[in-house]
Design a protein around this ligand. Structure first.
Ligand SMILES: [Zn+2]
Ligand SMILES: [Zn+2]
Length: 255
């Protein structure tokens, strides 16, 4: 038999390979852990900060309860109970026969530890559905980072914005599609090839971070204190910081 998820050969009678069974159980446990933060996220006037504990105030929403989160909890609840019945061999649609009254968290944990998790017929299908729900839960709890300015359009010089994971950006003015990494590197190149581009330690740190280069404000000021980095009347030169950061590999990294 083949694993219904990754297609590797499995022992007879197994719908999932050992690796996929572990992953499936792990996802179910992670979802169990997310039930409380999910319920906290229902209150639309407060963003509970998802997986991180800090509470952040957001702009006033149109409704006091986030209906998308409510729908997601309902869907997760229905799926988890259906999965549990399936695991116990109760027909998935015959919910009246199921007298159990555990809460969502307990149901998810029971599924994760169920002895038939890797052997029941629809394991691959449920793994797929659960993964999909887990992705949606993650989006609710860890909303994608705000879009930030990454550089200008290669055609019309409009400032483009992108999220951290975006591979491509489309210029809102001229419609040109371009690779986000190219835009970022071009911006960095402009900043670093022009001797007259200056900025504060914070400006430079921020601009480099956008292009994926890590240099803290502290590092920049330390370099100055150690006499490695000259400070001009209008700030540090981007190109100086860049040279110190990249060293002799300068031409290899930015083309
Ligand atoms: Zn597998
Ligand atoms: Zn453009």
């Amino acid at each position: 038999m083949n694993c219904q998820n990754c297609k590797t050969i499995t022992e007879g009678g197994y719908s999932l390979c050992a690796t996929c069974e572990l992953r499936f159980a792990g996802t179910l446990l992670r979802l169990a852990h997310d039930v409380t933060p999910l319920h906290d996220s229902l209150d639309a006037t407060l963003h509970p900060g998802g997986h991180s504990p800090v509470r952040i105030q957001t702009a006033t929403p149109p409704t006091p309860i986030r209906l998308d989160v409510l729908d997601l909890i309902d869907m997760l609840d229905a799926t988890a109970r259906e999965l549990w019945r399936c695991l116990d061999g109760i027909d998935a649609l015959d919910w009246r026969k199921d007298k159990r009254n555990e809460d969502l968290k307990a149901t998810l944990i029971a599924c994760a530890g169920h002895p038939r998790l890797a052997t029941f017929t629809d394991a691959g299908l449920y793994m797929h559905v659960i993964n999909d729900l887990a992705r949606k839960v993650d989006t609710v709890l860890d909303p994608p980072e705000q879009r930030r300015e990454i550089g200008t359009c290669e055609l019309c010089e409009t400032m483009l914005t992108a999220g951290a994971a975006d591979q491509w950006v489309t210029c809102p003015v001229c419609g040109r599609e371009q690779r986000a990494q190219t835009v970022k590197l071009r911006r960095l190149k402009t900043l670093c090839w022009d001797d007259s581009e200056r900025g504060s330690a914070a400006d430079i740190s921020k601009a480099f971070a956008v292009s994926g280069l890590k240099v803290s404000r502290k590092t920049i000021t330390t370099w100055e204190q150690r006499g490695k980095l000259p400070r001009h009347a209008d700030g540090y030169a981007y190109c100086d910081v860049y040279r110190l950061l990249i060293g002799p590999d300068l031409t290899k990294s930015v083309r």
